[in-house]
Design a protein. Structure first.
Length: 266
């Protein structure tokens, strides 16, 4: 898995999409997470580099802390202060859209601030995915699951789609449930079914995201702790593209941080 952009590789030509990186300072498990050092620079700098290498027309970090604003200035990208009251990254992205007055049809990619190993090609892919779907307001990516341990891990979000690639459901449970195979052994994946791991990378139309954050959280969303279920609950469609490559790991805890530090050469 290639987790480091190659400096000699030129960025792809600009595409008319924007990347907003929500980066909250507070974290229960890793306080100050966006500023934690990885291979000689703060985590947020690595995420910014991935976004810039995607060919986005504009990259903005959305944060609640002046220290993150300063770190972003040091790596040459603009950061915008947003409210400290937001419950999710989507809320923070929506505030940036409103403050900047972006047009309703603007394509905006939400790249989490704790994804320093996200391949730039996937950031671009999710934007292209949305642009290629007439009438669709939201798109995301998934990657095939290759082993049973991943499928049965509740920390790994699964997604099932219809024949056209639109999401039917997202869950922490193993989906789809292969009745005959899983009634016995659960150590191997049936070859007759494709299992998909959801990648938490989203592209939205700006106007849709502003509507989305105004909706009340849905019962399914609260049960699974997955905000994308709010979209399905309200009858909107989410297109799911199969990622062109496997993404690197995100950082949720100290173990993840150590792993990413090793991958990025720290």
């Amino acid at each position: 898995m290639n987790t480091r952009p190659t400096p000699a590789d030129p960025a792809p030509p600009p595409l008319d999409f924007k990347v907003v990186i929500p980066a909250r300072y507070g974290s229960t498990r890793l306080p100050g997470k966006p500023l934690l050092p990885i291979a000689g620079k703060p985590m947020i700098a690595h995420v910014v580099e991935r976004a810039l290498a995607s060919g986005a027309a504009e990259v903005v970090v959305a944060t609640d802390d002046q220290r993150i604003v300063a770190a972003c200035a040091a790596c040459g990208v603009e950061a915008q202060l947003t409210g400290a009251h937001h419950h999710s990254g989507s809320d923070r992205v929506a505030e940036v859209i409103a403050q900047r007055g972006w047009a309703a049809d603007t394509v905006v990619v939400n790249l989490q601030g704790d994804e320093p190993c996200m391949p730039p090609a996937l950031i671009r892919q999710v934007a292209l995915n949305l642009c290629g779907q007439d009438g669709v307001q939201m798109a995301t990516l998934a990657y095939p699951i290759a082993d049973a341990a991943t499928l049965f891990d509740p920390h790994v979000v699964k997604v099932v789609t219809d024949a056209a690639g639109f999401a039917l459901y997202f869950s922490r449970a193993p989906l789809p449930w292969h009745r005959d195979e899983f009634m016995g052994k659960r150590t191997h994946l049936p070859s007759s079914v494709t299992f998909l791991r959801h990648i938490g990378l989203y592209a939205y139309r700006a106007g849709f995201l502003e509507r989305y954050v105004a909706w009340e959280p849905s019962p399914l969303e609260l049960a699974e702790s997955l905000e994308q279920l709010r979209v399905l609950w309200h009858g909107e469609r989410v297109h799911v593209g199969v990622a062109a490559e496997e993404p690197g790991p995100g950082v949720d805890n100290a173990q993840d941080l150590a792993r990413v530090t090793r991958l990025l050469g720290g």
